[in-house]
Design a binder for this molecule. Structure first.
Ligand code: F6R
Length: 615
């Protein structure tokens, strides 16, 4: 969730690093820092609490020359967000500078060892322990910096992506990774390092993804060298072509990334479905499933694991798979699954869902599933991320980089891919009839137009948002396919407007939460014209008879609800299984406009980070 950038070349590194940090701010943003090595070997470090712009202010007075540097934007895990806890951290002598993503699990043991040997610490971070430990290794082993880093990492437990530079050496940068991503960008006479590819875009399209337990030596005068940390043997690597464009990273005329991403959904859903439905609409073609037919034919159960918004998509996925494939499906929070002693074997399929592909809990869950012999299928957005590289097979959602911290287009992409996956498995197992496949496939192909139509309600939702800007609590209710939609709507509101909101199955409300309903507690009720519509009408009446305000999301042309609900938002009619995709649009917009009305930073809500790489 923190971000790393590094540069070595013939340009001034400072400006490149600052630009990279700004692109990475979505990952974590409580402090930032930079370490520069100038041509004469001197080392200059600047750090500041808060956003990257604060760092720029702090660095203004200093010498920011130097063509080698490393930088970091932090999301605190050990120690508060302060200038001192910001990275880069320096070793005791002040000669080694290091930036780090991840957590060092055995840092307190190492810190004790170092303290016993006279080392002193300025910060509360595990990262400072690591850089001090590297210096300790260099001193006690009498070795060079590369060997000291390797020796230190051999004794470290936990997760890390690191970049290291040293005073007196303007020609070398070291990088290493374990369970935390690190990308090397190979330019013409220059090399970039980053925790994901976003800072590299526009400079080079050639990248190397460092693998777990690898250490890289980037030297100005020799080719990049990558070695295994354990054996010190050279490690082979491929140079990949980066497909992300600069335009994709910018706001494209919108005020915020989140709004851009909400409005991008017609295009992202087109990309998501492209090439996956036969031209005549009769079949879904997913290579990840086709290439593993036996596994899917013989599977006895599917378990979906994910976190947050992706977990809400998983709940919808469960219904889709149950409906289309008629097989047992379970959904687990990845963090609970991994500690729940799950019973799995080779007849199990575990589907992990993750936008970033780097979520620590989800990664650990799939590792466990693979150990137990399950076949692991990944649904991911970020190409080349750790999850797709650690699964047996999978499908990318292809919705492009999601920069806003609150997930929007990734959610609709995940539900779309889950629909395709369920159709593909249902076809393969011969349990879904051809007409049903055609009906859903056609609606998926038409989804870009359907979402464009849905987005026309934005001004109406904006007006509605003003009525509720200062509400303190919200209930979101839905049934069937739209119970998870209610959970997702509530999560969006919580994340960016800091208003307490609860998602609930509408019929469960009467078993407790109904006690909360009064004039001060608005309910958003997702009530499209589906098989549960008549049931949900009575839930709306239960809220109304307790004087609660109701915002109902209804299918176009449904006038009956106008007489019961206080406000109705109409969405286009689609097959019941696809209503979550369409109904989530007004919920994203409502959360967005309420947060904007409250003056919140929607792209970077407090305490959150885009990619949660800690447990
Ligand atoms: C909510 C949100 C988070 C993520 C969760 C999992 O808007 O973005 O709840 O969904 O942290 O992240 P991924 O999908 O990257 O595994």
């Amino acid at each position: 969730m923190c971000g790393i950038v590094g540069y070595m070349g013939s340009e001034r590194s400072y400006e490149i690093l600052i630009q990279g940090l700004k692109r990475l701010e979505y990952r974590g943003y409580d402090s930032a820092g930079v370490a520069l090595v100038r041509a004469d070997g001197s080392l200059e470090v600047h750090k500041a609490r808060g956003k990257v712009s604060n760092l720029e202010q702090v660095a203004k007075g200093g010498d920011t020359s130097g063509c080698l540097g490393i930088a970091h934007t932090r999301w605190a895990t050990h120690g508060e967000p302060t200038d001192t806890n910001a990275h880069p951290h320096l070793s005791q002598s002040g000669k080694i500078a290091l930036v780090h993503n991840g957590t060092i699990e055995n840092y307190s043991v190492l810190k004790q060892l170092l303290t016993d040997n006279g080392y002193q610490f300025k910060s509360e971070t595990d990262t400072e322990v690591l850089v001090q430990f590297i210096e300790y290794m260099r001193e006690t082993h009498g070795c060079d910096l590369f060997e000291a880093i390797r020796e230190a990492l051999l004794r470290v437990e936990g997760a890390y992506a690191i970049a290291v530079v040293e005073q007196g050496n303007p020609n070398t940068m070291y990088v290493a990774r374990k369970s935390s991503p690190l990308v090397i960008g190979v330019g013409d006479g220059e090399t970039f390092v980053a925790s994901d590819a976003t800072p590299i875009v526009g400079f080079t399209d050639k990248v190397i993804y460092l693998k777990d337990n690898e250490i890289g030596i980037i030297n100005r005068n020799s080719p990049i060298e990558i070695r295994e940390i354990d054996s010190n043997e050279p490690s082979s690597f491929d140079v990949h072509k980066l497909k992300m464009s600069l335009e994709q990273l910018e706001k494209g005329g919108y005020d915020t990334f989140m709004l851009k991403e909400i409005f991008e959904q017609p295009a992202t859903l087109r990309d998501c479905v492209r090439g996956r439905i036969a031209d005549d609409g009769s079949r879904v073609v997913l290579s990840g499933i086709d290439m593993n037919r036996e596994r899917f034919l013989n599977a006895e159960r599917i378990t979906l694991v994910a976190c947050g918004t992706s977990w809400h998509a998983a709940l919808i996925g469960k219904r889709l798979i149950q409906d289309f494939c008629r097989m047992p499906v379970e959904v687990e929070y990845a963090s609970e699954f991994r500690y729940g002693n799950p019973v799995l074997n080779e007849k199990d399929i575990v589907i992990s869902i993750s936008q970033s592909g780097e979520t620590a809990d989800t990664l650990a869950a799939i590792e466990l599933a693979r150990e137990k012999g399950a076949f692991v299928y990944g649904i991911c957005n970020v190409v080349g991320a750790s999850i797709p590289r650690n699964t047996d097979s999978g499908t990318y959602i292809h919705v492009g980089p999601e920069i806003g911290v609150a997930s929007t287009k990734a959610f609709t992409g995940q539900v779309t891919v889950l629909t395709l996956v369920a159709l593909a498995i249902g076809q393969l197992r011969g349990v879904i009839n051809a007409d049903r496949v055609r009906e859903v496939a056609r609606a998926l192909k038409e989804m870009p137009e359907t979402i464009s139509e849905t987005l026309k309600i934005a001004p109406e939702v904006e007006a509605l948002s003003r009525i509720f800007t200062y509400a303190h609590n919200f209930l979101y209710l839905g049934r069937g396919y739209n119970y998870p939609t209610a959970l997702e709507g509530a999560l969006k509101l919580k994340e960016i407007s800091y208003i307490h909101a609860e998602g609930y199955p509408a019929a469960e409300m009467k078993h407790g939460p109904i006690a909360l309903i009064d004039r001060e507690m608005p309910s958003v009720i997702i009530a499209p014209s589906d098989s549960l519509y008549d049931k949900i009408i009575s839930n709306v009446q239960q809220v109304k008879s307790r004087e609660g305000a109701v915002v109902a999301i209804v299918s176009k042309g449904n006038t009956a609800m106008n007489d019961i609900a206080d406000y109705c938002i109409e969405i286009p009619e689609v097959p019941e299984c696809l209503t979550p995709i369409v109904a989530s649009i007004p919920l994203q917009l409502l959360a967005y406009y309420i947060a904007v009305n409250k003056g919140k930073d929607v792209d970077r809500p407090r305490n959150l980070a885009k990619s949660v790489t800690v447990e």
